[in-house]
Write a protein that binds this ligand. Structure first.
Ligand SMILES: NC(=O)c1ccc[n+]([C@@H]2O[C@H](COP(=O)([O-])OP(=O)(O)OC[C@H]3O[C@@H](n4cnc5c(N)ncnc54)[C@H](OP(=O)(O)O)[C@@H]3O)[C@@H](O)[C@H]2O)c1
Length: 306
């Protein structure tokens, strides 16, 4: 048997329960992982609340958690690349990574370098893939000025530092408690809310070439005012995007090339991903509440004891 966080109806974090479940068996092309750490994402509580269910009830017990790090303990048919005992990280195949054991597709995991802890590794796949994909979709390049909304969140931090590494200037919106850290990683912090456009204009008199909205909190009209062109804006979090003629990027690309580009920068100390907080598996509901509250600096991670 294994233990997993499960819920049987959409709702508040209280629906999450630690439950005994049968040990999952890896299908063809999959591996089973003894989970050591799980990254907590805003998507986790959005799914748990039923925001993505189109009004339909939950069809059966569901797990939570889309990214993980751990050690392979079983290998399915047709998997030649991985062996039992290897430390890996990547995306969950089940969406139920918050568990003692989970499954992953063999081509959606990556060898964990020794210099990276399980907790740090579990914090990376979703944020790194999303930041890498969206900066490419925006065509961010050296010499440009990028505005990142929610720059201190998981995606925002990677996007900010990757754009800096590529030679762009980055203006990042965040709460004032995160401004010192944003300065440390080379961004120009700006407080969000009333008066945002004036503050951004004085921080970037040269103008804004591109906007990545990771906040989803009504910043698209201001972003159009700042760029003068909806084409220069991309949101990953605002469902009203189409009403403004703005692109919504929601389809994950392959995680491999993104991790390859970012891991070496992490190793060189050019990109950091702070762990905002760690929770044990049985406190997954608290971790969801914290994520839902939204004021993070980096990632919330579940650390799973054997
Ligand atoms: N479409 C996709 O492919 C995709 C992929 C990954 C994530 N997402 C979505 O993208 C969003 C960001 O994800 P994440 O993992 O980076 O989230 P996160 O780590 O939970 O970060 C949330 C950030 O939002 C900031 N924030 C709160 N209120 C704000 C406001 N009014 N204006 C600007 N920022 C505000 C907070 O900053 P302060 O602490 O500074 O207040 C916090 O750092 C989420 O909605 C998530 O669901 C989409």
């Amino acid at each position: 048997m294994s233990q997993a966080i499960r819920y049987t109806t959409y709702g508040d974090a209280d629906v999450l329960q630690l439950t005994e479940v049968p040990l999952p068996g890896p299908g063809s092309g999959q591996v089973r992982i003894v989970v050591k750490a799980v990254g907590v994402n805003a998507l986790d509580w959005k799914i748990r609340k039923g925001f993505l269910s189109e009004g339909k009830p939950l069809p059966g017990p569901a797990g939570t958690g889309i990214e993980l790090a751990g050690v392979i303990d079983a290998v399915g048919n047709k998997v030649t690349r991985w062996q039992v005992g290897q430390a890996v990280f990547g995306r969950s195949a089940t969406g139920g990574a918050a568990a003692t054991h989970d499954l992953a597709d063999a081509d959606e995991i990556f060898g964990k370098p020794e210099w990276l802890s399980f907790e740090q590794a579990a914090a990376l796949p979703v944020a790194v893939e999303t930041a890498y994909r969206t900066l490419h979709e925006l065509g961010v390049r050296e010499g440009q000025t990028l505005l990142v909304h929610a720059a201190a969140g998981g995606v925002g931090l990677i996007a900010t530092q990757l754009a800096r590494a590529w030679g762009a200037t980055v203006i990042g919106t965040a709460s004032e408690t995160n401004h010192a850290f944003l300065r440390e990683i080379g961004a120009i912090p700006v407080t969000y809310g009333e008066g945002l456009t004036d503050r951004v204009r004085s921080a970037a008199p040269q103008g804004i070439d591109a906007v990545l909205d990771g906040s989803g909190r009504g910043v698209l009209p201001d972003s159009i005012a700042l760029t003068g062109d909806p084409e220069k804006i991309l949101t990953i979090a605002d469902p009203t995007a189409a009403e403004h003629g703005i692109r919504f990027s929601g389809r994950p690309g392959p995680t491999g090339p993104a991790l390859e580009a970012v891991l070496s920068l992490i190793e060189q100390g050019k990109i950091q991903m702070p762990i905002d907080s760690l929770y044990p598996l049985q406190k997954a509901a608290d971790a969801h509440r914290h994520s839902e509250n939204g004021h993070l600096q980096g990632k919330i991670v579940l650390s799973i004891e054997p």
